[in-house]
Design a protein around this ligand. Structure first.
Ligand code: HEC
Ligand code: HEC
Ligand code: HEC
Ligand code: HEC
Ligand code: HEC
Ligand code: HEC
Ligand code: HEC
Ligand code: HEC
Ligand code: HEC
Length: 466
């Protein structure tokens, strides 16, 4: 699992991404020698106040011992700073709390590098309100708030003392590096995907995830919206061969068909009634408690346990009825980034619509956790085929893949007649229930998107968002 790998890697000291600028500056500085910076033409940008600070802080070797026993280098590369976008703000722009009279004599205690970075990050707010706001809404920031010491702070991606304008850097070249240092497995997989390989047109992580407002990937349909914002014709091109296109694009994540040789699972996500909002946060302790209780043997929730989980969520006069909606997705984050050419995409109906299809053998139930990332719990594959659970899972049912013979026959019949929807109304009670859920979905689609993202809302297959 990539998660554990990430966790390991992010334990590395920060600044690897800045190494390039740092190294360049260090080299230049070393060649000029400490006393020479005043002679460099660019250094005219340094104010006399900054030079006072740099008299001490440009000296090699200046360091401070932190609360955790580690050393923090206090060296600031004068030349890199003079050439940075922040030269105009001066040291004072970010370090206004420093009083030279007491500065050196009364050293303040700093617990750790991370604690210091976290504290200093507050100054960015003064001048970059919009960006900080975006960051505050991100999964990274949520992770920081919930205590992660691995999620990136501003200074993990930007060296505050050597920040260059993004326009100056080779287009797109800086960004994958920023993400790659912590998501290496994914970055490698991505580089070899249809997008990553496509040379000058290569997308960057931000094209699907955004740079500062990165959201949990499996939360709602954020990423899918990005896909559709570039591939606008998706629904119509797929409709040429895929019946019930909207239904399929709703119930199946794009990589589940576009990653060759992938393994799949069904994830049953808890939603607040007919809204596009995944049930989250307040329900988390309840979810964790209930799934653990109902799954004492750790063999996965069975249909009955799942049913009582929902009952429990919907008791105590909850405002919104909590429902489950199924989504077929790939099993790992790496697989989600191995998209292949169209010729390699899954077209074979049989792969899914067959008794015992592999795609439906792994089932999880999930709820959005405190940072937006899903908390998953295994469910037994039986939940998909048990009549009992059909009502509970709000109509996730792929013909042929499950054991409900009656429904199979009805659907096959409907397909043969070619009028699937009208016949569904007349046949079985269960199918009617299913249909209602679909209508509710369609109704919901007419309501404006409420997740704060402008792109893609209101148009295309996303209208029937899951
Ligand atoms: C006379 C030398 C000197 C000057 C001038 C000086 N510093 Fe320092 N600075 C130090 C030393 C020594 C430390 C480490 C103190 C310690 O051991 O805690 C330090 C620590 C710091 C730290 C680390 C956090 C902290 O408070 O310990 C920052 C940030 C800093 N200085 C910024 C500045 C800025 C900005 C200026 C100019 C306004 C400046 N310094 C001027 C010597 C100096
Ligand atoms: C754009 C805001 C900004 C400006 C301008 C700025 N700093 Fe900093 N400084 C920071 C931040 C943020 C940190 C904490 C970096 C970290 O470790 O995450 C920091 C850390 C430091 C440290 C501790 C060592 C380190 O690198 O972590 C020193 C010393 C320091 N700054 C000195 C200076 C001096 C001297 C100047 C002017 C030449 C200056 N700073 C200009 C934002 C700034
Ligand atoms: C005193 C005001 C001020 C503070 C505080 C400040 N900045 Fe800036 N920052 C600027 C200015 C001015 C620019 C250059 C103009 C621009 O592009 O917006 C800039 C530019 C940038 C850029 C480059 C934008 C581009 O064009 O690509 C980055 C990245 C950046 N700042 C990061 C930070 C970070 C991180 C912090 C906190 C450690 C910070 N800034 C704190 C004033 C500030
Ligand atoms: C995960 C890495 C990462 C983190 C964390 C990050 N940035 Fe950035 N930032 C970038 C990259 C890469 C760019 C270049 C433009 C782009 O690709 O969107 C950028 C661009 C910027 C810009 C230029 C204008 C813009 O919004 O595009 C500013 C200002 C900025 N960042 C400030 C910040 C501040 C302040 C923080 C902390 C709240 C921060 N960044 C956190 C990677 C990061
Ligand atoms: C300093 C390390 C660091 C950097 C840099 C970084 N991330 Fe993350 N990111 C994390 C950690 C830690 C997590 C939480 C663990 C995980 O999901 O891998 C995370 C989580 C995520 C998630 C949510 C994962 C999920 O389960 O839904 C996405 C999406 C993401 N990052 C994208 C990015 C993108 C895009 C960039 C570059 C702009 C980036 N990250 C840069 C450390 C980092
Ligand atoms: C073409 C669009 C696209 C690009 C480009 C892209 N991703 Fe993703 N990413 C996805 C999709 C799709 C998912 C899975 C979402 C889901 O579960 O529905 C995902 C999931 C993730 C996750 C969560 C993985 C997990 O364990 O659940 C992380 C972290 C992530 N991406 C990071 C990155 C990084 C880093 C890059 C750049 C190297 C990147 N992504 C580029 C589409 C993209
Ligand atoms: C049921 C499997 C399946 C799903 C789900 C699916 N695709 Fe496809 N897709 C295919 C197949 C098969 C092709 C190749 C069709 C052909 O060449 O005849 C294809 C073709 C494409 C193409 C190539 C050009 C075109 O428009 O036909 C793009 C782009 C594409 N899909 C994007 C997406 C996106 C974005 C999503 C998610 C919103 C998605 N696909 C969901 C199976 C799927
Ligand atoms: C920023 C725009 C953009 C986004 C976002 C985007 N794509 Fe693409 N995609 C492209 C471009 C451009 C190509 C053509 C690359 C090439 O073939 O050179 C492409 C190619 C493809 C292909 C191969 C088509 C073929 O003809 O072989 C598939 C499949 C595909 N994308 C699926 C997706 C999926 C799934 C997502 C979301 C997870 C996504 N794309 C997000 C721009 C985008
Ligand atoms: C990647 C797996 C996958 C593939 C490939 C696939 N389907 Fe499906 N199909 C599903 C899922 C999942 C559903 C949704 C079931 C649900 O929500 O009850 C579905 C639903 C259906 C439905 C019922 C729609 C409805 O409204 O209930 C029909 C009919 C159907 N598929 C036919 C096909 C045909 C024909 C093909 C081949 C051209 C095909 N499917 C390919 C997974 C797949």
């Amino acid at each position: 699992m990539t998660r554990s790998r990430n966790t390991g890697e992010t334990a590395q000291p920060r600044r690897r991404g800045m190494a390039l600028w740092g190294a360049t500056a260090a080299l230049a500085f070393a060649m000029l020698g400490p006393g020479a910076q005043a002679a460099a033409p660019k250094d005219a940008a340094l104010s006399s106040e900054d030079k006072v600070c740099l008299d001490c802080h440009a000296k090699p070797g200046l360091a401070k011992t932190l609360g955790d026993g580690r050393k923090l280098s206090l060296v600031v590369q004068a030349r890199a700073f003079a050439q940075s976008v922040h030269a105009s703000s001066g040291c004072e722009g970010c370090h206004s709390d420093i009083d030279l009279k007491t500065h050196e004599k009364e050293p303040r205690s700093v617990a750790s590098k991370r604690a210091f970075a976290l504290e200093q990050m507050e100054t960015c707010r003064d001048c970059h309100k919009k960006t900080v706001k975006q960051y505050d809404d991100s999964v990274h920031s949520a992770l920081v708030r919930t205590g992660s010491d691995k999620a990136p702070l501003c200074s993990d991606c930007h060296d505050p003392h050597a920040t260059r304008s993004a326009k100056e850097k080779a287009a797109g070249a800086s960004e994958p590096v920023a993400c790659q240092k912590c998501h290496e497995g994914i970055a490698i997989a991505y580089a070899d995907s249809v997008h990553g390989r496509s040379g000058s047109e290569a997308l960057a992580c931000k094209d699907c995830h955004q740079t500062h407002s990165v959201k949990a990937a499996a939360l709602g349909d954020f990423v899918k919206k990005e896909c559709v914002s570039c591939h606008r014709e998706v629904e119509s091109t797929h409709a040429t061969w895929l019946p019930n296109t909207a239904r399929h694009l709703e119930a199946i994540s794009c990589p589940a068909c576009h990653t060759p040789g992938t393994t799949r699972r069904v994830n049953l996500r808890l939603y607040e009634g007919n809204t596009p909002h995944q049930a989250e946060k307040v329900g988390v302790p309840k979810f964790v408690k209930l799934v653990n209780w109902a799954d004492g043997s750790a063999s996965g929730l069975d249909a009955r346990a799942l049913w009582s989980l929902l009952q429990e969520f919907n008791s105590n006069g909850a405002e919104q009825k909590t429902v489950l909606r199924g989504r077929l997705e790939v099993q790992t984050g790496v697989q989600a980034h191995q998209l292949g050419e169209r010729a390699l995409a899954l077209k074979d109906c049989d792969t899914c619509h067959r008794q015992g299809a592999a795609s439906f053998q792994a089932v999880t139930v999930s709820m959005a956790g405190p940072d937006g990332r899903p908390l998953r719990h295994e469910a037994s594959k039986g939940v998909l085929s048990s009549i009992e659970s059909v009502g509970a899972v709000g109509g996730f049912y792929a013909i042929g893949s499950t054991r409900i013979k009656l429904l199979d026959q009805l659907l096959v019949l409907a397909l043969a007649v070619g009028i699937l929807i009208p016949t569904a109304h007349l046949t079985a009670k269960l199918l009617i229930r299913r249909r209602r859920a679909q209508q509710a979905l369609a109704a919901r689609a007419t309501a404006p998107s409420q997740d704060g993202r402008a792109e893609g809302s209101g148009a295309g297959p996303d209208e029937n968002r899951r």
